[in-house]
Design a protein around this ligand. Structure first.
Ligand code: DGJ
Length: 720
């Protein structure tokens, strides 16, 4: 039976390949609402004929103009930026790619994968363009395989994941930039002729200045509900590059992939290079739909346990920094219960003996608990936490080392550093050379041992506090230009092996705030830390930005003491994401504890809607002195609306807000929740019942006479 099946698959594969090689039929990659149509031209090259709203009549796919070449090669007649450029074994720097067949696979009922093979007629290089269409999520994942069948090594100079072509009147780019404590700042600009690039050369903490994602609006700058827009992101935890080139015909090419900067990749004979995936969604109805597509797709296909539950954490970083001991920690465990949270997260500062970690200048690399701080070790802390009904989690930064550490003393050759140059410290630390298999084994076994030796451990925060500089691997010798890529591949190898052993342990992806967030890393992580800046006013903008691409279940949002706003304001803002705390509970008043406990109860009651509901952004903080958004469950029976008034002017007028995503036929009770003990709601007509129709056509006045700066409300909307 198995053999029969195997032979059938082989025959099918062969048939499709041989038929495809002769065929000039359109290659249609489509989701529920999107079509991407490619076609081999008479000259054998591959062209992109169409990308946009799904064409209803299949016959129309055959009537499309040829379009632009789909995956431009370097060294031939095209003078714009190529998607791929190779130096062959004999030194020839050109590549020609001719259509060689197509295979259509069905990896899952809702996914169809088209693989287009392209071949150089003279050199033994095979390129396979993969397009995975997630039909109901309207998401396409594109990546490339480059096979070297030449006799010797070739050098990949450019190796894009994807190239897309557009023909519109105008192109508007939305990008996200930042720095430590200032992540995810949104910037919109109209593309002008020539080149615009968004990239990173930072290596490990790769997304510190630019995030690996963008929105591209066609013809006009799309808003939440109107306009054509592509939301794209690269699933790569390292240097990335998005290259936008507007040519002489006002056509735009978008090339996405690993940044080839200092990364001409040496590919041995017989080897295949697989690029990371470029993930994109197209919406003809504005950004809101694009985000909902990505959220839905990511929960099932990209974020680990994306449809599962999450724990409410109490972290100690903001309260104790590295200054704690066993007694202090044990005394804090009861705080978790006081506010109704689930887990105590012990942050940085618990390890190192010869060089104890009492500040950031020592200890990284020596992952043993500091004897005089934690004499009974981690297991004891886990037990003490459990005794108090709390789970326990821990912080790690396993890719790094302080020169003041036993690890550094033992293995000075395990560190990335240039010969003949001084060490370049950043936060007093250096990056371990993950390209070295011994270092890979050390990082894996450190993590694996910590988790295996402590079966009660319920959470890991994986941090990465520096970028690469002075970048040189003592291990790679004459393959230095493979370093940036091989580092990331080694990191994935560690993640993969850890997940095989510990598939369900919740882990937070952190990088000195939010400098390492992408959909490849998130396959192994349940949430990410968006920023060390938890001032709620700043978080409104950041979380707004992240919400464009990432589902709320993954966006860790903590209530802390940053900012001078009320605890209610801070809590309401954290509740739009994955709620947690990093606050000194012992300094909270009785009212604040009562409020927090109630807020956590509300959050847990509504978390299914917040995590898995459809997000509608109703008023943008970039356009108004407020931010309003809501989540609606799939049955349209429950919704939660978050209303944040920012720095409002005296007697500023705020329009009613038209709700979205409700059922016009249903009736809903609209009730403000999350009130401080004794406080009055600010929602006029609180507790009233309205039809979904009127809530969406006339909307709600959210503040009435109560409008004030830095106030907020959370509104529960329940169908009756
Ligand atoms: C940076 C993280 O973003 C913080 O939350 C904290 O874990 C520190 N590192 C600890 O060094």
């Amino acid at each position: 039976m198995f053999y029969q099946k195997f032979i059938l698959v082989l025959i099918a594969g062969f048939l499709s390949l041989s038929l495809g090689a002769q065929s000039r039929e359109p290659i249609v990659i489509q989701t529920q609402h999107t079509s991407l149509v490619l076609k081999a031209g008479k000259n054998g090259r591959l062209y992109q004929s169409y990308l946009g709203e799904r064409l209803i009549d299949n016959a129309d796919n055959g009537k499309l103009p040829q379009g632009q070449e789909a995956y431009i090669t370097g060294g031939m007649e095209d003078q714009f930026q190529p998607a791929i450029r190779i130096t062959h074994t004999d030194g020839n720097p050109s590549l020609e790619l001719i259509y060689d067949g197509i295979q259509v696979l069905k990896p899952a009922p809702d996914i169809s994968e088209t693989v287009i093979s392209l071949k150089d007629p003279k050199y033994n290089i095979l390129v396979k363009l993969h397009y995975q269409a997630f039909i109901h999520d309207d998401v396409i994942k594109a990546w490339t395989e480059i096979e070297n069948h030449e006799k010797g090594e070739v050098v990949l100079q450019d190796y894009a994941s994807s190239m897309l072509n557009f023909n519109a009147d105008e192109y508007w780019l939305t990008q996200f930039h930042g720095d430590w404590a200032a992540e995810m700042k949104m910037q919109v600009s109209k593309l002008t002729s020539g080149i615009k690039e968004i990239d990173s050369k930072l290596g490990t903490r790769a997304a510190m200045y630019q995030s690996p994602l963008f929105l591209l609006s066609l013809n006009k700058n799309a808003d939440e509900t109107t306009g054509e827009v592509i939301a794209g992101t690269l699933a790569w935890t390292g240097n990335f590059r998005f290259h936008f080139e507007l040519d002489n015909n006002n056509a735009l090419r978008v090339i996405s992939g690993i940044n080839p900067y200092a990364s001409a990749y040496k590919l041995a004979s017989g080897k295949t290079f697989t690029t990371p995936a470029f993930i994109f969604t197209y919406s003809a109805h504005g950004r809101g739909q694009a985000s909902r597509n990505l959220h839905k797709w990511a929960r099932t296909n990209a974020v680990l346990d994306g449809n599962g539950a999450r724990l409410v954490l109490l972290n100690n970083w903001e309260t104790t920094n590295m200054h704690f001991d066993e007694q202090k920690l044990v005394s804090m465990f009861s705080d978790v219960n006081k506010i109704g949270a689930d887990l105590f997260l012990l942050d940085d500062g618990w390890f190192g003996n010869k060089y104890p970690r009492s500040s950031d200048n020592a200890g990284l690399g020596d992952w043993q608990p500091t004897q005089n701080k934690l004499p009974h070790g981690i297991g004891f802390l886990i037990k003490q936490a459990e005794k108090q009904g709390t789970k326990f989690g821990i912080w790690m930064e396993p890719e790094m080392v302080n020169p003041k550490s036993e690890l550094y003393e033992k293995h000075p050759d395990w560190i990335l550093k240039l010969p003949n140059r001084a060490e370049n410290l950043y936060r007093n630390q250096l990056v371990l050379d993950l390209t070295n298999p011994k270092v890979n084994a050390f990082v894996f076994s450190t993590m694996n041992k910590l988790i295996s030796d402590n079966p009660g451990l319920a959470f890991i925060k994986w941090d990465c506090n520096r970028l690469m500089s002075n970048t040189w691997s003592p291990y790679l010798r004459d393959k230095q230009s493979n370093l940036y890529v091989d580092y990331v591949l080694s990191l994935y190898d560690i993640f993969k092996r850890l997940r095989r052993k510990h598939p369900n342990l919740p882990m937070m992806l952190c990088s000195g705030g939010g400098a390492r967030i992408d959909y490849e890393a998130l396959k192994y992580f349940t949430e990410f830390w968006p920023s060390d800046d938890t001032d709620p006013l700043e978080r409104v903008y950041m979380q707004w930005g992240y919400s464009l691409f990432y589902p709320s279940v993954a966006v860790a949002s903590h209530v802390t003491s940053w900012g001078k706003q009320s605890l209610k304001f801070r809590t309401d803002i954290a509740m739009m994401g994955k709620l947690g705390y990093d606050i000194d509970v012992s300094k909270m008043t009785a009212n604040e504890i009562t409020f927090s406990k109630q807020a956590v109860d509300n959050y847990k009651r509504l978390s299914a809607v917040i995590w898995r509901g459809d997000l509608y952004r109703l008023a943008s903080p970039y356009e108004e002195n407020r931010a309003v958004l809501m989540y609606v469950d799939s049955l349209k029976s429950k919704a939660v609306l978050f209303n944040y008034n920012l720095n409002v002017r005296e007697r500023e007028l705020m329009n009613r807000i038209k709700l979205q995503g409700l059922d016009p036929q249903k009736h809903y009770v609209v009730k403000e929740i999350n009130l401080m003990p004794g406080a009055q709601p600010i929602l006029p007509g609180n507790g009233g019942t309205y039809s979904g129709d009127i809530l969406m056509k006339l909307g709600l006045d959210l503040n009435g006479w109560h409008l004030k700066s830095l106030t907020s409300s959370v509104i529960e909307i329940t169908a009756i």
